[in-house]
Design a protein around this ligand. Structure first.
Ligand code: GLY
Length: 580
């Protein structure tokens, strides 16, 4: 297979445009493909697969698997995620692949308690923290039901990078530093991801031959290459030897679930298509957008606009305590999206004062992880994927199973394992998200489209509980007809009902604006650093033009290109690097 990874070295943080205008504009098809991903090598892997005749679903496999290699802190075969799919055709179809990890069958509600007290270390670090992975099953599902290429071909770029290695970048260093203690505590993780027990220097090469072999098995044998046979044996015995509770039944019974996406009609013939439970994100977005639609946010100045957004978020985040895995608990989706209810929420917003939380019903506490990964891809047929993948904290549980190269998630911490709420917990919940064997923990991951007869826009970001607020701020830029670069660069602020605090990135508000917010009754907290890593794209159906953007906070790369033209250009360069 032609390798484009070596041939597209010039992709950079800025969007690369090979062709921006088509004489054959059609509302059915974009004239270009587009990719936005958080890592240049993953973007190049998706581009390679599209150029080689794959569709957006094949490219999504290549991007996900390559992210598993180059972002071992963000996502991987030991984790899970949500894929929102758009299949072109008449009519267009949307599917939501739920590849969220599931609690092992031997889980017990108090498995993270010792002497009656929750031990956060147990649900965050090491093998007990890990739920049964879903990403490998999702890659198989994408290839078998939606892709055009064999799985082994779509996985080839990731396998190549795992064998040859990738260079340590600034994001890798920052995440490894954050999790240095946990990585040092696991011999295999330290061997693979550190150098002499320290964070590797910029430019050092990380190779992962064991992970390459695991990917090869997955490519050759499909589901059986991961969920049974040698890999499953190594995973189960490695976890059990280290004190974990996985067994073979967990692997036999793990299935990706295809769910109906959350769909919500907006003004101007727009529709939000987003993540349903077990994500709380789509509902929070639909509620917030609905409230804001009834408020004059667009014509308001900066602080009045922020006030409306914060109050919408306060109300939307409050309701997430009602949600959990729909295979275990009923979710009151219709009730929280009912027109009358949303109107009631909107009219309770005072345009000048923060609403005290104590006039809203109280809720118990729980906490969510901070790190994930997100990408979006569109092909020239109009198929599209927007996907958020996760291990939970950076480098997940920091536990790598020897012989497999697979670093495991710590999504068990996303359950409401501490109903009384201890430590720095941010959320509250007792029942719907309680830990049960075989259950999926509630998530904030919110891969979303907004589609209308005029355009298709894709949104998403990592960032734990802040995901829905970040996606909302992006969507408001889109609704305000702002350039796509501003969807990712816009300064971020966040409110999640409890704690009753507005968090904001450094530089989001001026001194005068902060005074104004305090006078309205808000408690404010500047975050230590910026947050999120949005990857977005937009197809303008009137002229078939396509745009994409990667968050300037990360090292991601967006690209728009004509796969045929890119292939011709590669051939005319006789295999040498010649793309811009
Ligand atoms: N672990 C992050 C999330 O699922 O939202």
């Amino acid at each position: 297979m032609i390798s484009m990874l070596e041939r597209i070295p010039a992709l950079s943080g800025a969007a690369v445009l090979l062709c921006v205008f088509s004489a054959h504009a059609s509302p059915d098809r974009p004239d270009q493909a587009a990719i936005a991903s958080p890592h240049p090598i993953a973007t190049a892997a998706g581009q390679e697969i599209l150029v080689d005749g794959g569709n957006a679903f094949d490219a999504a496999i290549a991007i996900s698997a390559t992210l598993a290699v180059v972002e071992p802190y963000g996502s991987g075969l030991g984790g899970g995620g949500f894929f929102l799919l758009r299949q072109s055709g008449e009519p267009v179809q949307y599917q939501f692949l739920d590849a969220r990890e599931k609690a092992p069958l031997k889980s017990k509600p108090k498995m993270f308690h010792r002497k009656g007290i929750v031990q956060p270390d147990l649900s965050l670090n090491g093998p007990l923290a890990a739920a049964i992975p879903g990403l490998p099953a999702a890659l198989v599902e994408l290839a078998e039901r939606y892709g055009r290429l064999p799985l082994s071909i779509s996985l080839a770029p990731a396998i190549r990078v795992a064998y040859r290695g990738f260079k340590v970048d600034s994001v890798y260093r920052e995440r490894a530093n954050w999790r240095l203690f946990a990585l040092r505590n696991n011999k295999e993780s330290a061997r693979l991801f550190l150098r002499n027990n320290e964070v590797p220097n910029l430019g050092e090469v990380i190779t992962q031959p064991e992970l390459a072999q695991t990917l090869e098995r997955l490519g050759d044998k499909g589901r059986a290459g991961f969920y049974s046979g040698l890999v499953a044996q190594a995973l189960v015995s490695g976890v059990r030897r280290a004190g974990g509770i996985w067994n073979y039944h967990d692997f036999e019974e793990y299935e990706v679930v295809t769910r109906a996406p959350l769909r919500f009609q907006m003004a101007d013939q727009r529709e939000l298509i987003s993540a349903p439970p077990p994500s709380a994100g789509g509902i929070a977005l639909a509620q917030s957008l609905s409230m804001l639609q009834q408020l004059p946010w667009r014509e308001s100045e900066n602080i009045q606009r922020a006030h409306y957004v914060i109050e919408a978020l306060r109300r939307a985040y409050r309701d997430r305590v009602l949600l959990g895995d729909p295979d275990f608990v009923p979710n009151p989706v219709a009730q929280v999206l009912a027109t009358d209810y949303l109107l009631q929420l909107t009219t309770s917003i005072d345009p000048h004062r923060a609403t005290p939380n104590n006039i809203l019903p109280p809720a118990p506490r729980w906490r969510e992880g901070e790190n994930t990964s997100h990408f979006a891809v569109l092909d020239t047929e109009g198929n599209a994927v927007t996907a958020t993948l996760s291990l939970n904290l950076p480098f997940g549980s920091a536990f790598t199973v020897p012989g497999t190269g697979v670093i495991l998630n710590d999504e068990m911490d996303d359950f409401a394992i501490d109903p009384k709420g201890q430590g720095g917990a941010a959320f509250t919940s007792i029942h719907p998200n309680a830990l049960e064997p075989g259950k999926r923990p509630l998530s904030s991951m919110s891969p979303s489209f907004i589609e209308s007869p005029r355009s298709l826009a894709a949104f998403g970001t990592p960032g734990g509980s802040r995901i829905p607020s970040m996606v909302l701020l992006s969507m408001l830029k889109y609704l305000d007809d702002q350039p796509i670069s501003s969807w990712t660069s816009t300064p971020r602020y966040h409110h999640q009902y409890t704690p009753d605090v507005v968090e904001y990135e450094p530089g989001t508000f001026t001194e005068q604006e902060l005074i104004d917010l305090r006078e309205r009754g808000y408690a404010l907290k500047e975050t230590a650093r910026d947050f999120g890593n949005q990857q977005v794209l937009m197809w303008h159906k009137n002229n078939a033009r396509v745009e994409a953007a990667s968050d300037p906070r990360g090292i991601g790369v967006s690209t728009t290109f004509k796969p045929d033209a890119a292939l011709k250009m590669m051939r005319s360069c006789a295999g040498q690097s010649c793309l811009p």
